[in-house]
Design a protein around this ligand. Sequence first.
Ligand code: APR
Length: 356
Amino acid sequence: MAVSTLPASNLDEAAVADFHETLLQSKRIVAVLGAGLSAASGLPTYRGVGSGGLWRNYDATQIATPAAFRHDPGLVWQYTSHLRRLALGAAPNPAHYALAELARRVPGFMALTQNVDNLSPRAEHPAAQLNQLHGNLFDMRCSDEANCGYIERGNFKDPLTPALAASPEEQDATVSNNESVKRPKATAWLLEGIARKNRQILGHDYQEAAPLRTDQAALKSGDDESTESRLAVVPEPSNIPPADLPQCPKCSTNLLRPNIVWFGEALPADIVAEVDNMFNDSQPIDLCIVIGTSGSVWPAAGFADLARKKGARIAVVNLDVSDVKNMRPGTDWVFAGDAAVVVPELLKPVMGSLSG
Ligand code: APR
């Protein structure tokens, strides 16, 4: 396995040359994309290197779940609205554009993205060659999928309802933030509130009663010294009346929910079918590029293995080489560095040789 670390702006030439040789010969390429692809666009990742603190101290599996939405949709919509504002404030980076260009030039290229930030579509990545496995923050669907089934795509309105406008703290955080990256930050009290309520929902002794302030002790303590101060600023529940949240315009009965995959949910059947068909058909896969993912969440974590079983050589691009621990032995190349720098470097000669 050739490991190339990106000192300054050049990768290990031998590793790149070997990669380019495979790339130029590849008819069928799969890319598995994670939050690290969007890190250079200013969006925090969920875990490890680059995680901007949004989920650093919380058990992410308690922040966005069907149970949480049933219990306090206001908090979940507040958090989702925050993520939408982050994504709206970001812009695609050179890696998004390079992958979109590769799709235009190599019909057999398919990108499987775990990202819901809409940056690949904004980079004009051809929709037919982009599978948004975990959904998209700007799509919404009726919360009663079985009996209503309404879905709307590409709703970039912010706020979606007046009740979901950025909180004063979020606005302050935006103003005080580095001027060049106006990124509203989730306030500790908002995240704490979501985690507290969901601990209640998922706790074994959950009662319908509203969580009490004493319930704070049940919270998984953060890994930094500010846990106590965070607990002290835990807000009251969102108390946003359902009527003030996005409503389904079709059935006029239920709330709309974000069309993203929450923890504890399976990927949508059509998404699964599309991926299964790709990995179970008779055609080989020549190359799999795994970009900016910790490989923590299935099924995406297993895609490189499936590609390898179909003959693919595997390349990993990650800022943190140690975080590719999940890559099975047999990874052909590990390129350590910022995806926004490495990916265009890796794809550039292919683009040039395919120009025109
Ligand atoms: N360039 C390349 N890689 C980077 C960069 C960067 N600039 N910054 C961070 N990384 C790497 C980190 O080292 C880490 O391995 O990106 C990876 C991000 O991992 P996660 O935060 O776990 O994100 P991801 O793998 O996409 O998470 C998968 O988990 O929380 C759920 O549904 C959510 O889609 C998400 C899924």
